[in-house]
Design a protein around this ligand. Structure first.
Ligand code: NZQ
Ligand code: ZN
Length: 393
């Protein structure tokens, strides 16, 4: 077990019929609020009216920033900062998914920064303070509702960067599984892959003494596998939506990080790809991860992949390489069952873009990856393997 810090100050209010508690949660900090949300989904499914009603009932003053894009843009962050400054707003309420929450986090830090918000993403400037922020989560995926990081895209530069600060933990997050009933199949599936991807980054580690952490990881992965297809077939299944919602938060609230090491290769590569091509985060991960797994399977990793295959996918047998490969194939088949793309060609990305991807991924490093250190040549190989794949047809 490695040494670790664990800090998780976000208050979770989980379940249905809890929204009446929203005004008192906000009023503990302020009554001048910037309400941040995405496109039309919260207006269609009634969440917008429910939230607005609570704010109005308790005379909480609010202004709105809507239309936050999936893969949120720094231009939207700038807009949010202006609204806060113009109306003297000092609390941010995010109602949506990871994109909305991340945009809200960036605004909350940028309002108190005397410069361009993009500096906080490039880390040209540090985040030394932030306005308090709360969330009403509407999709299970990123874990942003319970962590201190945010991911913002600069579409002019085609760059997507993650950043964070201890000041950015949401003060509270409302997790009502019913709010995810309306999430379409595609985004439900992308969210499930994202949750699994977060777990993999702590699970695929050479630290083999963090038994408790890796068992928690396996439980989260099995939850995604068990409830994933149920949520796709039965979108109104509360049990499935509830388990996925809590899995989303647990996968990236720090619990899965305790006592183990972190390998952010798959996320690092996906962020470069979605920064250039604006694809859905979870879909990008579904393309990359199985090919990364196949590529890095060797003598140094086979024991971990064998453990994964046996404990997560119930694979049996005697030859550890055969077992490991079957676990990877089952991962691929599961993503396919979720109707996620498995190749770059399915999302119209060709090999002509690989040089730009590699260049951006290796901007400040000669190798990437920790569980398996990868060179530029390795990443080219992974990208080419992921161009087209016949093993799941
Ligand atoms: O724009 P709206 O209308 O809200 O529609 C959204 C969007 O089209 C829709 N949606 C959300 N809740 C819904 C719903 N549709 C119907 N009913 C509902 N209840 O779903 C679509 C995707 O939403 P988005 O917020 O983009 O999804 P997600 O939560 O997956 O967030 C993705 C973003 O988070 C970043 C990703 O890179 C990406 O930019 N990440 C943030 C992380 C973090 N802060 O810790 C970690 C992750 O690894 C990730 O990188
Ligand atoms: Zn992710």
């Amino acid at each position: 077990m490695e040494n670790f810090y664990f800090y998780s100050p976000t208050r979770i209010i989980f379940g249905h019929d809890k929204l009446k508690e929203l005004p008192s949660e906000i009023k503990a900090f302020s009554n001048r609020v910037l309400l941040v949300y995405g496109k039309a989904s919260i207006k269609r499914n009634g969440i917008y009216s429910a939230v607005a009603e609570e704010l109005l009932r308790e005379n909480i003053f609010f202004k709105e920033l809507s239309d936050v894009d999936p893969n949120p843009r720094v231009s939207t962050v700038r807009e949010g900062v202006s609204i806060c400054r113009e109306h003297n707003l000092d609390f941010i309420l995010a109602v949506g998914g990871g994109s909305v929450i991340d945009c809200a986090k960036a605004i909350s830090a940028a309002v108190l920064y005397n410069g361009d918000p993009w500096d906080l993403s490039t880390k040209k400037a540090s985040i030394d303070a932030a306005l308090p922020l709360g969330c009403v989560l509407t999709i299970s995926a990123t874990g942003s509702e319970m962590n201190s990081t945010f991911v913002i895209t600069n579409s002019e530069e085609k760059l997507k960067y993650g950043s964070g600060s201890k000041f950015l933990y949401p003060k509270f997050s409302f997790l009502n599984p019913e709010y995810t009933f309306s999430v379409p199949q595609y985004h439900t599936a992308a969210g499930i892959v994202d949750i699994m991807a977060h777990v993999y980054e702590f699970y695929f580690s050479h630290t083999d003494t963090a038994y408790i952490t890796h068992s928690i990881c396996e439980a989260i992965l099995k939850t995604c596998i068990h409830y994933g297809e149920i949520a796709l077939d039965e979108p109104y299944n509360y049990e499935a939506r509830a388990n996925l919602m809590w899995a989303s938060s647990l996968a990236l609230n720090g619990v899965t990080k305790t006592g183990t090491t972190f390998d952010g290769f798959n996320h690092g590569l996906e962020h470069v790809v979605s920064g250039i091509y604006d694809i859905t985060h979870g879909a990008g991960l579904a393309i990359i991860i199985p090919h990364w797994m196949e590529y890095i399977l060797d003598a140094s990793s086979v024991d971990k992949f064998e453990q994964y295959a046996k404990n997560v996918w119930d694979v049996t047998g005697t030859d550890k390489y055969v077992i490991a490969k079957e676990g990877i194939q089952k991962t691929k088949e599961f993503f396919k069952k979720l109707n996620m793309p498995l190749t770059f060609s399915e999302v119209s990305i060709g090999s002509d873009g690989f040089d730009e991807i590699i260049e951006k991924l290796f901007l400040s490093n000669n190798t990437v990856g920790k569980f398996k250190a990868l060179s530029k040549a390795d990443v080219y190989n992974i990208l080419h393997k992921a161009l087209k794949d016949d093993s799941c047809e």
